[in-house]
Write a protein that binds this ligand. Structure first.
Ligand code: NAD
Length: 264
């Protein structure tokens, strides 16, 4: 694969204290990008993460604890990133949560939180990052949607609505930047074994009264023909490609990496 050196560029990855976001942040750091971490977690562990990535890849790192459901905190995050690094050159909108229930039982506050974190936060970061990206005539916006940005599943109304919305936002952002050096694309992962999915596997095991290992196999068999999880490292490699010069005419796509999920 053509390597894109991101030396001297800065990358903000929302929700990068865990799972896919962390995998993508590490892959971008490996290409030389300075990293803005965001997300929740233990303060000491996050500080260690920041130091480890900075040392391992010889880049600068910073952390901001913005709650991505709160527009004022997102504005503070963007201000801090700009103050530290001058601009946000690569924006990865990754923070996300899940809740599973039938529509008639879906808690209204969970609906609101999922739409705010999984969709509206990307509108805010994008609107705040674009002016500098346009002025620099270079930028990469990567929205982490999901196979659920392309197809539905029962009991995931808010998540599927948010992820379809994120794919729509991706297309509009790509069109509004089409004649600039800024691109916007979505990545649509299938099942990745992260804390977000581990919770769903454990809930399934408890509901069916089966061992966790069996619930995991069933979960994969139901949706993902490969029978294997996608990894954060594989998604990181795709994000690096989308940042490369070779990808400069990849615009507005929703690129699934899903073990065959949406091919069915
Ligand atoms: P995860 O739970 O491991 O990580 C989520 C990250 O988002 C964490 O860093 C968490 O602290 C952060 N976060 C949650 N709420 C936040 C908030 N209000 N403000 C700031 N940060 C917040 O989950 P993951 O599986 O790595 O998911 C990352 C993204 O990938 C999500 O958008 C998810 O929808 C998407 N995705 C995951 C899968 C999968 O199978 N795991 C599949 C498709 C898409």
């Amino acid at each position: 694969m053509q390597s894109s050196s991101l030396k001297g560029k800065s990358a903000l990855v929302t929700g990068s204290t865990s799972g896919i976001g962390l995998g993508i942040a590490r892959s971008l750091a490996a290409e030389g990008a300075n990293i803005v971490f965001n997300g929740f977690g233990d303060a000491q562990e996050i500080a260690a993460l920041q130091t480890d990535v900075a040392k391992e890849f010889n880049v600068k790192t910073m952390y901001h604890n913005a709650d991505m459901s709160k527009p004022a905190e997102i504005e503070a995050l963007m201000r801090a990133a700009n103050e530290q690094f001058g601009s946000v050159d690569v924006l990865v909108n990754n923070a996300g949560i899940q809740h599973v229930a039938n529509i008639e039982d879906f808690p209204v506050d969970k609906w609101d939180a999922i739409i705010a974190i999984n969709l509206t936060s990307a509108f805010h970061t994008t609107r705040l990052a674009l002016p500098k990206m346009k002025a620099n005539n270079w930028g990469r916006i990567i929205n982490i949607a999901s196979a659920h940005g392309l197809v539905g599943s029962p009991q995931k109304s808010a998540y599927v609505a948010a992820k379809h919305g994120l794919v729509g936002l991706t297309k509009v952002t790509a069109l509004e930047t089409a004649q600039t050096g800024v691109t916007c694309n979505a990545i649509c992962p299938g099942w990745v074994l992260t804390p977000l999915v581990q919770k769903q596997i454990e809930a399934r095991a408890a509901k069916e009264g089966v061992p966790v290992q069996q619930a995991m196999k069933e979960l994969l068999a139901e949706k993902q023909p490969s029978g294997q999880f996608v990894t954060p490292e594989q998604l990181g490699a795709l994000a690096v490609f989308l940042c490369s010069e070779a990808a400069s005419q990849v615009r507005g796509v929703a690129w699934n990496m899903d073990g065959g999920w949406v091919a069915q």
